[in-house]
Design a protein. Structure first.
Length: 300
């Protein structure tokens, strides 16, 4: 038994909010345990003047945190699951995925208008290729502007008129108590979410049984199945920040309804596909379903 554990997190307000909420639940379940916070600046945090697609693939927001885990400087780390690459280091594992928050995207716009009401040629802020290609498929007249920075910075740029509207993940606004900033919630039929959007991933060293047992009560089985299918899509298409890929799995009437989207980096050859199967009993079965959907997407 240990009397103290160290958890790692990025320094952004959103990362701290979601990590501290999770650790507060752990502390309530383990009143005799002391939790220490280790804040880490990642490559994705340091480089703010370029789109993620221009500075590398997935892992920009987890690399330095994983290095801290491997060096024994932290016992576990909390990530946004959408930032976690499909392949982990052999000695690391995601041992807990809590219940997912709302995975949908939202529009934030100064005048309170929804996406259909935005003027022709409206400037929309996002650095996500996934969002860019779907927005342009919906409204080819939009001008998509690169937008980096934390949630507060992005909202401020919109308020100050640098953009006519911006697109954000609703889960982040909910965790920051900023849900009221959203002008419109975009259903998956309009904008398919990123793989794992709204979910958290708690990562640890694979040989640490104490931490695995500590984290186990936090995991939500339904979320694990849904995101396993989504990550199966991403793994099969070798998705990274330079690949416009989206996938969203949801339980519906006893089935797993999995939708996916894939395009070329320039937004061309946009294709969509979906599968419905009885709800999988294991993550491996869900992942296989995601791989099958990816094969369908690539076969277009």
């Amino acid at each position: 038994m240990r009397d103290r554990v160290i958890f790692a997190t990025r320094k952004s307000r959103l990362a701290l909010a979601q990590t501290r909420a999770l650790v507060a639940e752990l502390a309530a379940r383990n009143p005799g345990l002391i939790f220490e916070e280790l804040q880490i600046t990642t490559s994705g945090d340091k480089i703010q003047d370029r789109a993620l697609a221009d500075i590398g693939g997935k892992g920009l927001f987890v690399k330095e945190i994983e290095e801290a885990l491997l060096a024994g400087k932290a016992d576990f780390a909390v990530h946004s699951l959408k930032d976690v690459p499909p392949e982990l280091a052999p000695s690391l594992e995601v041992s807990a995925i809590p219940k997912r928050a709302d995975p949908r995207d939202v529009i934030v716009q100064r005048s309170g208008r929804g996406i259909a009401e935005l003027a022709e040629g409206a400037r929309i802020g996002t650095s996500s290729l996934r969002r860019r290609i779907q927005l342009l498929a919906l409204r080819p007249d939009f001008r998509i502007e690169p937008l980096r920075g934390n949630v507060d910075t992005r909202i401020r740029k919109c308020r100050e008129g640098e953009m006519d509207a911006i697109v954000l993940a609703r889960a982040g606004l909910l965790r920051l108590g900023l849900a009221g900033e959203a002008t419109e919630v975009l259903e998956a039929e309009t904008l398919l979410p990123a793989v794992g959007q709204g979910a958290l991933a708690v990562e640890q060293r694979a040989d640490d049984d104490f931490i695995r047992e500590l984290l186990a009560p936090l995991s939500d089985p339904e979320t694990r199945i849904a995101v396993a299918a989504e990550r199966g899509v991403m793994r099969a298409v070798e998705g990274n920040c330079q690949t416009p890929v989206a996938a969203y799995g949801v339980r519906q009437e006893g089935d797993l309804w999995l939708r996916g989207l894939l395009a070329e980096p320039d937004g061309s050859a946009l294709r969509r596909a979906e599968l419905r199967r009885p709800w999988p009993e294991a993550e491996a079965e869900a992942e296989a379903m995601g791989i099958e959907l990816a094969q369908n997407l690539r076969a277009f």
